[in-house]
Design a protein around this ligand. Structure first.
Ligand SMILES: [Zn+2]
Length: 297
């Protein structure tokens, strides 16, 4: 896919704390590892870390033009084409459901999945009152055969009523002005309710730091936000939430192959020590992906 200058916008200040002193981390092509079409060197952006709060972000992200291009057919282009990938994702849904379900209270909790895709994760919450938000037309239309789905940008949607659980599964890295999304979630969350951030790349993880632009979930123009437990814990502490639990799923997931993964990481460490460039993608590993559960006091 070809991206043009008018598909991007510059991000000058930190999207989380608004300060503008940063450290340069790495340069990366438009879609990072999401760029399935192979036009990897289409355009370079910079991943930078806020000196003040530690948030990692891209200095340029896709604007509305660019986003429409990227997400329009994402579902059929990248998300559904591989039966094995679907099976693995379904297995992850169950693992991530089992983790959060122990914190859910009440008979039929009201659940909102922000970026629900086709509603696959919501399918795990049997007996709950499930709703979704989805930007992609294709996915939203599929999900709405099962659930009430709001198509559009989460912060601008008028929800009637509150929720007991709001889910951001593998989505927070993509949102433009992510703070607005988190504030919106706070606004529509019931007291005592949960925010579940899961399958979200950990920008402070060992592989993220070692592999940089070759981290499988590196910060790029498409996934412009590099969250970490440190940044999220501080943010939610400020809103008077408590951290119920944090987990970094790896062993026991369908993506894990400890022996092979350790060998790849060892090779990357060796290259780094020898001053060579690491030019292969990071494997699944401890600390790559985070699952955090916060409760509103
Ligand atoms: Zn900051």
């Amino acid at each position: 896919m070809d991206y043009l200058d008018n598909d991007f916008k510059k991000i000058a200040a930190c999207p989380m704390c608004n300060k503008n002193k940063t450290d340069f981390l790495y340069e990366i092509s438009t879609g990072g590892s999401d760029d399935f079409e192979g036009n990897e060197f289409n355009r370079k952006v910079k991943a930078i870390r806020c000196k003040s709060c530690g948030f990692v972000f891209s200095n340029e992200i896709l604007n509305d033009n660019g986003k429409t291009k990227f997400w329009k057919n994402y579902s059929s282009r990248c998300h559904e084409h591989d039966a094995d990938a679907i099976r693995k994702r379904n297995e992850m849904y169950q693992i991530e459901y089992d983790f959060v379900s122990q914190f859910l209270r009440g008979e039929s909790p009201r659940i909102l999945d922000v970026g629900c895709g086709e509603g696959g994760f919501l399918d795990c919450f049997v007996g709950a009152r499930c709703k979704g938000v989805e930007l992609g037309e294709e996915a939203a239309s599929k999900a709405s055969s099962k659930y009430e789905v709001y198509q559009g940008e989460f912060p601008t949607i008028d929800f009637k009523g509150k929720f007991d659980l709001i889910i951001f599964r593998g989505t927070l890295q993509y949102f433009d002005e992510p703070k607005k999304y988190l504030m919106k979630a706070d606004e529509i969350l019931e007291d005592g309710g949960l925010i579940y951030i899961t399958s979200t790349p950990n920008a402070d993880g060992f592989c993220a730091k070692l592999f940089k632009e070759y981290f499988s979930f590196a910060v790029c123009a498409v996934a412009g936000n590099g969250f970490s437990p440190h940044v999220l814990n501080n943010f939610f502490k400020g809103l008077n939430y408590e951290l119920c639990a944090e987990k970094y799923f790896y062993e026991g997931t369908p993506y894990c192959n400890v022996q092979d993964d350790v060998k790849k990481v060892a090779l990357a460490i060796k290259k780094k020590e020898q001053g060579e460039k690491i030019e292969f993608r990071s494997p699944a590993f401890w600390g790559n992906m985070m699952s955090l559960v916060y409760r509103k006091k």
